[in-house]
Design a protein around this ligand. Structure first.
Ligand SMILES: Nc1ncnc2c1ncn2[C@@H]1O[C@H](COP(=O)(O)OP(=O)(O)OP(=O)(O)O)[C@@H](O)[C@H]1O
Length: 315
């Protein structure tokens, strides 16, 4: 659905050249929900604006929804939906009017546009507020209206730029459900985010971008597995004996003993637990508690770039 090669964009600002995107390759298959994750200024929006024909690449090429980005931008625009950051609909119109107008804008006949608008109102939980002016909606309702408008023409591929920025937790989770339901009906989705939990919860696959380059790529789980592994941590009454046992666990790394707490990293924590528990029991090393922590996407970003994504995105 997306095949981009060496896509790059330079900006000139006050005599400087900014290499916002430095030659990215992107492959997205039909039906996938792919997240583009990176800190502020990493190049996410610039890439999205290139893929949606709003910005001409300085170098590279791409085929988007079956059309060549450079030679057939109109073909790309017809087949995709794009929901930019922030609220894009007019504030004076009623919700239903916004949707019908958007459908007409995409060339739907009046009756068809109305039918489609009603369907989307239902699907995005907006039916009850169809007669309200768009300017009076809550943040979550506005964002759902934006997405409904972005898919009025039933695009095969939907681009969402930071869909949940600024929403409270309940509205975010509601929005995630709507995004999942769009994907379940066959829409391919490419979204940008700087929220790790969003990428983790929603995406089949994640591309991590930093300083205009893709630094990691994979499913949330495979990315986490690239990091040193799970952290196994337990409290025991016999830390010295327990540490000796832990040191012999197949693949154990970074063993630390801190008072009664023993911790180490291992590729798959849950698979080493049964044997570890048995051995601790045989050695009479009483166990007070034990936990296995999966690495987070933040650990992935830290490993790839040496910096914490969380710190940057909240800066
Ligand atoms: N029109 C422009 N002129 C000059 N520099 C620009 C322009 N647009 C973007 N940039 C620069 O390009 C880099 C990438 O910006 P971009 O908006 O793509 O990042 P982003 O990952 O989307 O960040 P955010 O999460 O803040 O939206 C930044 O350094 C930005 O300052």
């Amino acid at each position: 659905m997306i095949k981009a090669r060496g896509l790059a964009r330079q900006f000139r600002a006050r005599g400087h050249t900014v290499d916002a995107v430095q030659g990215v390759d992107i492959d997205v298959s039909r039906g996938e929900l792919v997240g583009f994750l990176g800190p502020n200024g990493a190049g996410k929006s610039t890439t999205l604006r290139m893929l949606t024909t709003l910005l001409r690449p300085t170098a590279g090429e791409a085929v988007v929804a079956g059309c060549d980005l450079l030679s057939d931008p109109a073909g790309v625009r017809k087949r995709i939906g794009y929901v930019a950051q922030g609220h894009s609909s007019g504030d004076e119109q009623k919700v239903i009017e916004e949707l019908v107008l958007q459908g007409r804008f995409y060339g739907l006949a009046a009756g068809e546009s109305r039918r489609r608008a009603d369907e989307l109102l239902e699907r995005f939980d907006l039916t009850e507020i169809a007669g309200r002016t768009a300017g009076k909606l809550s943040g979550g309702q506005k964002r759902r209206l934006d997405i409904a408008m972005g898919v009025i023409h039933s695009p095969e591929l939907l681009f969402l730029d930071e869909p949940s920025t600024g929403l409270d937790p309940q509205s975010r989770s509601n929005l995630w459900d709507r995004i999942r339901s769009l994907r379940a009906t066959g829409t391919t989705i490419f979204l940008t985010t700087h929220y790790l939990d969003e990428a983790d919860a929603l995406c089949d696959r994640i591309l991590v971008i930093d300083h205009g380059k893709i630094v990691a790529e994979g499913t949330p789980d495979s990315l986490k597995n690239q990091v040193a592994g799970d952290l196994v941590q337990f409290e025991t009454g016999a830390p010295a004996a327990a540490a000796e046992i832990a040191a012999k666990v197949d693949g154990a790394q970074e063993l630390h003993v801190d008072g009664n707490t023993v911790r180490f990293r291992v590729a798959k924590g849950d698979t080493v637990l049964p044997l570890l528990l048995r051995q601790l029991d045989q050695a009479d090393a009483s166990l007070l508690s034990i936990q296995v922590h999966r690495p987070t996407l933040d650990d992935v970003f830290l490993t790839m770039t040496g910096r914490s994504l969380r710190e940057e995105s909240h800066a």
